[in-house]
Design a protein around this ligand. Structure first.
Ligand code: SME
Length: 160
């Protein structure tokens, strides 16, 4: 996928963030857009930290793609737990080689998880799986980080 095509979809995602009033609507529409338009994004979804849960728990929110068995993920499990607990983007080029990986679909080959921040604190994350190995090049990482930032900003300004 060319940089100009990523740029085109980057602009479409930014337009969604401008036009949709709530974070819930933005996350739903963003998951749908990314799943439909990004050829190698085969599962796209948000996990959000459950408010007040002890121990902390990631709960599946808006998503597009096959239903996953992992609807609740503690922070010490999975690529998802690693990204939320470290506050860092995690890219896995070959999920079969990562012992942290929790399988959603047998077809998944690579994955990216990008934390969503509100006022500097992790509140959730954007998780994308691909049926293709090493799908998340640095251009894709920048793009997915942009998407996660838009959701964080919407949560800060408009709430859920
Ligand atoms: N693969 C993730 C679990 C979520 S599903 O992929 C949708 C993980 O290892 O945390």
């Amino acid at each position: 996928m060319s940089a100009s095509r990523i740029e085109e979809i980057h602009n479409e995602v930014s337009a969604l963030a401008q036009n949709l009033p709530t974070a819930r609507e933005l996350m739903q529409a963003m998951a749908k857009l990314l799943h439909e338009r990004m050829l190698k994004y085969n599962w796209v979804g948000f996990y959000m930290l459950e408010p007040g849960a002890q121990p902390p728990m990631l709960v599946l929110g808006a998503f597009e793609g096959a239903m996953t068995p992992h609807t609740r993920i503690p922070l010490n499990q999975g690529i998802c737990g690693a990204a939320a607990s470290s506050g860092q983007t995690v890219v896995v080029d070959d999920v079969s080689k990562d012992p942290r990986y929790l399988a959603c679909s047998l077809e998944t080959r690579s994955e990216i998880v990008v934390p969503v921040f509100v006022h500097g604190k992790v509140v959730g994350e954007l998780d994308i799986d691909s049926h293709f190995p090493a799908a998340f090049t640095p251009d894709h990482q920048n793009f997915v980080q942009h998407c996660a930032r838009l959701v964080g900003k919407k949560l800060e300004t408009a709430g859920h």
